[in-house]
Design a protein around this ligand. Structure first.
Ligand SMILES: Nc1ncnc2c1ncn2[C@@H]1O[C@H](COP(=O)(O)OP(=O)(O)O)[C@@H](O)[C@H]1O
Ligand SMILES: [Mg+2]
Length: 292
């Protein structure tokens, strides 16, 4: 069995997947996204890294960052169509790459998400915020690690930010602020398995991202949270993903990540080798596929 791992610019953690994968796959190749090229044949398309064609692999784990999403959309489609096991469906990255589009897909599938509005217009934003109520969240539709996620407590705060975003040609997802006391949970779904950890922001910071200084803490993952995580990943078409969830009894999904943070510290806190589970899952699906 052969596994490929395609990683994006800001991924430094694919080595952790490599190490584990080498224990269970016969061979593993990690390829940076810059080294990948697509080649059209008459009938089929190849995904080349140097002289290696990744469409001939059994499985490919896609770990691309936010700004590579257009690329990911194409990549996953070519791999899936070639019969390679990936962790996503053809449309998944189209949904994932835009925070508003994700909210829409989730809501349409009955998953609880904060009320959201999509606009480029500062005037529309101001009007919409009256409906959503203050404080209101503003998110650039692309962004990770809490970057591009802002909050306004009044019209006077919202308007200048929206004016600025317009001048930077940034589309904005305006969102109802859900009080969560600075804590959310990164629920990780790997096939039928659910695990995760909570994140607690420090001081007055309301964004709980680890990269922004949040602390990882043990999670109490309720059945409701599990259900919502399964429903969210099914709507987006992910077999493996990390969903950011707030609330325990009535959970809301803030986003679903394909390239979510992994680390030894995460494993230690959870008390299990989650990274190993990820590659085991890819292996299991590749074996199933081969048997058919
Ligand atoms: N609607 C919201 N209500 C309250 N807090 C939010 C909301 N949206 C985001 N946050 C906070 O901001 C953090 C980052 O938002 P998120 O949408 O996950 O973006 P990123 O992709 O940057 O992680 C979340 O983990 C959460 O703590
Ligand atoms: Mg997040």
């Amino acid at each position: 069995m052969k596994l490929g791992i395609i990683y994006g610019e800001i991924s430094t953690k694919h080595q952790l997947l490599m190490e584990r994968a080498e224990e269970i796959f016969d061979s593993v190749l990690a390829a940076p996204i810059e080294g990948i090229k697509f080649v059209h044949g008459e009938e089929e398309e190849k995904v080349l890294y140097k002289d290696t064609d990744l469409t001939e692999f059994d499985a490919v784990y896609i770990r691309t960052a936010d700004n590579d999403m257009m690329f990911s959309e194409h990549l996953v489609e070519v791999l899936n169509e070639s019969g390679v096991v990936t962790q996503a469906e053809n449309d998944t990255y189209a949904y994932e790459s835009n925070k508003f589009y994700s909210m829409k897909i989730l809501a349409e599938n009955g998953v609880n998400v904060p009320d959201s509005i999509y606009t480029l217009s500062p005037e529309v934003a101001v009007e919409s915020a009256r409906e959503l109520g203050y404080p209101v969240i503003m998110k650039t539709v692309r962004g990770a690690g809490g970057e591009g996620v802002m909050r306004a407590t009044s019209e006077n705060e919202l308007k200048p930010v929206m004016d600025t975003m317009k001048s930077f040609e940034q589309e904005i997802c305006l969102q109802e602020f859900k009080e969560h006391g600075g804590k959310d949970t990164r629920v990780t779904k790997i096939g039928d398995y659910i695990t995760g950890y909570s994140r607690s922001s420090s001081g007055d910071e309301w964004r709980s991202n680890i990269s922004g200084g949040g602390d990882r803490v043990k999670a109490n993952i309720t059945d409701e949270m599990k259900q919502v995580a399964f429903a969210a990943s099914a709507s987006m078409g992910f077999d493996i993903c990390g969903a950011d969830i707030i609330g325990e009894e009535e959970p809301y999904v803030l986003e679903v990540n394909g390239s979510f943070g992994i680390s030894e510290e995460m494993n230690q806190l959870i008390g299990e080798d989650v990274i190993l589970r990820m590659v085991e899952r890819m292996h299991e699906r590749a074996m199933e596929k081969q048997a058919h």
